[in-house]
Design a protein around this ligand. Sequence first.
Ligand code: SF4
Ligand code: SF4
Length: 94
Amino acid sequence: MAKGTVTFDIETCKGCELCIEACPQESLQLSPKINAQGYHYAVLIKDNCTGCINCALVCPDAVITVYRERKKKDRVPVARITNVKENITVTVSE
Ligand code: SF4
Ligand code: SF4
């Protein structure tokens, strides 16, 4: 199974939990902490992410970048959602 990880732009997260519901690995949760906007933000809580990109695709605020690791310490971005306010651009690479 592919090994992946995700990073969050926590200050733009609104805590809607869509990514948490979309994750088949149950890898995500809202932090007990809040960001500057006053929202509990999503965080990775397990080391079982597969880099499937479901979470990034459902996030309405382009908070999440997904990485897939080919080898240990060789992580590459596979999905980055940009331009949410106008045209959504999804970049997916192998
Ligand atoms: S990339 Fe897939 S497995 Fe990883 S946190 Fe997002 S939804 Fe879960
Ligand atoms: S889907 Fe996006 S905005 Fe909603 S909780 Fe997840 S990271 Fe935050």
